[in-house]
Design a protein around this ligand. Structure first.
Ligand code: HMG
Ligand code: MG
Length: 297
């Protein structure tokens, strides 16, 4: 049976944009419920500046509370300071994030695209010394909220730079959900000319409702790793108009119905989606609603 890997990013990408403060205990319960559903890779938090993203200010408490038995908990880091704090808190995997848009890079991490890559060089060296895996993100891979269309070649160049630095996987981020399936296919074909498609992941935001369709287009183009956020939580505080990632339950439903194994129990995941939607007072995803309505959630 065909398999895909799902990277659950709800506790980080999902919660970083919540207006209300989410208690650390709620974040930890969310992670525990995701583990119970069978999620094996859960991006747990971000060691970014609490002045920039106050919602992730409890990163230390979240990471220190997790037991790393059989589940990977990558954490997002923007620089060496974040890496060192993550290492001290027990991180075994980190994710760096660059952008294929100058304006977005400035707004999100206060430096140019080139400066951001230079910042990652000491992070990669330190990660190698600590035997730590590093994942890389390229934001604005299918469009930028400030600059509009971004060429696939520009995305491929940043992805290549991250891969050359030692990132084991490159997640192509459709930060504000501007992608549509045929553009996704063009993008993957272009990036796969320079990086093996096995190293790519799809990170689709669902702003225009294209998340699942885009994931399927990426699947058909050879991608086998997909980021999702339970209940479709999320957005990016420095990307105007960004809404949540494609809901993980949408991905699991789509792949399961297509005969592709994810290793995740959809019913338990839907229960988790309903629970966190209730905690945050937001509407559940379509799949969670449909499954709950028929009594399976
Ligand atoms: P800056 O203000 O230029 O940094 O921010 P600085 O080096 O001048 O430091 C300013 C202050 O921040 C100092 O503290 C530093 O110590 C502190 P002060 O002296 O003022 O008290 N600082 C830190 N504190 C904690 N952890 C750190 C850290 N670094 C510096 N790691 C910086 C530059 C990169 C820090 C800032 O811009 C930042 O934290 N940005 C993060 C923005 C963010 O998290 N965005 C959302 C995640 S990206 C995303 O969602 C996209 C993605 O999902 C893919 C997609 O969808 O496309 C990944
Ligand atoms: Mg994102």
């Amino acid at each position: 049976m065909e398999r895909v890997k799902i990277v659950e990013v709800g506790p980080r990408d999902g919660l970083q944009n919540e207006v209300q403060a989410v208690p650390t205990a709620t974040k930890l319960e969310l992670i525990a419920r995701l583990v119970a559903a069978g999620c094996q890779t859960i991006e747990a938090t971000a060691f970014v500046s609490p002045k920039w993203v106050p919602q992730m200010a409890d990163h230390d408490a979240v990471l220190r509370a997790l037991k790393h038995d059989g589940v990977s908990y990558p954490v997002l880091i923007p620089n060496l300071k974040g890496f060192e704090a993550a290492l001290a808190a027990g991180a075994r995997e980190v994710a760096v994030f660059a952008a294929a848009s100058e304006t977005f890079s400035q707004k999100n991490i206060n430096c140019s695209m080139e400066e951001s890559l230079a910042r990652f060089a000491p992070v990669m060296e330190a990660a190698q010394r600590s035997n730590m895996k590093v994942r890389g993100y390229v934001s604005c891979a299918l469009g930028c909220p400030y600059e509009g269309d971004i060429s696939p070649q520009a995305v491929a160049a940043v992805a290549r730079a991250l891969a050359d630095m030692g990132c084991y996987e490159i997640s192509l981020g459709d930060t504000v959900g501007l992608g549509v399936p045929n553009r996704v296919k063009t993008l993957i074909a272009c990036v796969a000319e320079t990086i093996p498609v096995q190293k790519l992941a799809g990170h689709f935001h669902d702003t225009y409702g294209m998340g699942a369709a885009n994931a399927w287009a990426a699947y058909e183009a050879g991608v086998r790793v997909f980021d999702g956020s339970v209940a479709g939580l999320g957005g990016c505080p420095y990307a105007k108009g960004a809404s949540g990632n494609v809901a993980t339950e949408d991905l699991v439903w789509m792949f399961a119905r297509s005969g592709v194994e994810t290793g995740i129990n959809l019913q338990i995941l839907v229960e988790c989606a309903m629970w966190i939607s209730g905690q945050l007072g937001r509407a559940p995803s379509r799949v969670a609603q449909a499954m709950s309505a028929r009594g399976a959630g």
